[in-house]
Design a protein around this ligand. Sequence first.
Ligand SMILES: NC(=O)c1ccc[n+]([C@@H]2O[C@H](COP(=O)([O-])OP(=O)(O)OC[C@H]3O[C@@H](n4cnc5c(N)ncnc54)[C@H](O)[C@@H]3O)[C@@H](O)[C@H]2O)c1
Length: 254
Amino acid sequence: MSEFADKVVIVTGAARGLGRVTALAFAGEGARVVISDIDRAGGEETLEMVRQAGAQGLFLPTDVRVESEVEEMVAKTVESYGRLDCAVNNAGVVRFAPIDEETGESFDLHVDTNLRGVFHCMKHEIRQMKKNGGGAIVNQSSVTGSLTGNPTESLYAASKGGVDGLTKSVALEVAKHGISVNAIAACGIDAPGDVFHQWMEREGISAEEAGKMFPIGRLGQADELTAAVLFLCSEKARFILGHLLVIDGGWIAR
Ligand SMILES: NC(=O)c1ccc[n+]([C@@H]2O[C@H](COP(=O)([O-])OP(=O)(O)OC[C@H]3O[C@@H](n4cnc5c(N)ncnc54)[C@H](O)[C@@H]3O)[C@@H](O)[C@H]2O)c1
């Protein structure tokens, strides 16, 4: 039996893209999956897919920018399933513009969603995990942030760089409570609806052409991302703390 059977997992931003494939990967292991997102239609669709995979699940509409909604997300998870074992803080946004055309509104959107959202989630998830006696958190960061920059993504990079710092410091604070906190920096994962797919569609680039941009010569499969998320949430990974795991077909190593 999988070690995730009956474990309670929250995945934020699970209405599509990387969040959805992550929710389905936990469902495939028999976990009870809480799908959280601002997109109600997509969230309900992911819930249906989780149930079709034979797993239990819930959809909790949540805006990660609003602390009271995040607090309620964790409270409702515990009300339904009694505990919280793992959380994947994945909800995020990206908008593209050169810095001299950027706006305060765009700054707030990136920082409030990508950075403040992860702060809200970790705060309330950790309060509950301390009561459980342990848990595992994976924050969805990016290769664009503390590892590299990217033109027209400066505000996104600033918010994700913040996630990397937050991840390391919180990991040190909660290690003694049996809670592991790590982050993932993905790029080039072939997950329907994700921002990489949206970019390929916009540019009229096929998956095969896009794959050639990566040293490995292809895009990553969804399960190459989710295998890493599951590993970081597993008992085998409990000695790994505050780590930023790059999953990018060699993009950064170039
Ligand atoms: N796809 C990639 O190649 C890639 C690369 C690096 C990092 N990431 C990161 O992975 C995560 C998921 O990316 P994706 O490509 O699947 O993106 P996506 O846009 O397809 O999905 C993001 C999800 O987050 C939700 N969301 C947005 N704002 C929210 C809010 N305020 N509260 C709750 N939910 C909200 C959206 O509704 C959506 O379902 C993001 O944090 C992104 O920055 C993705």
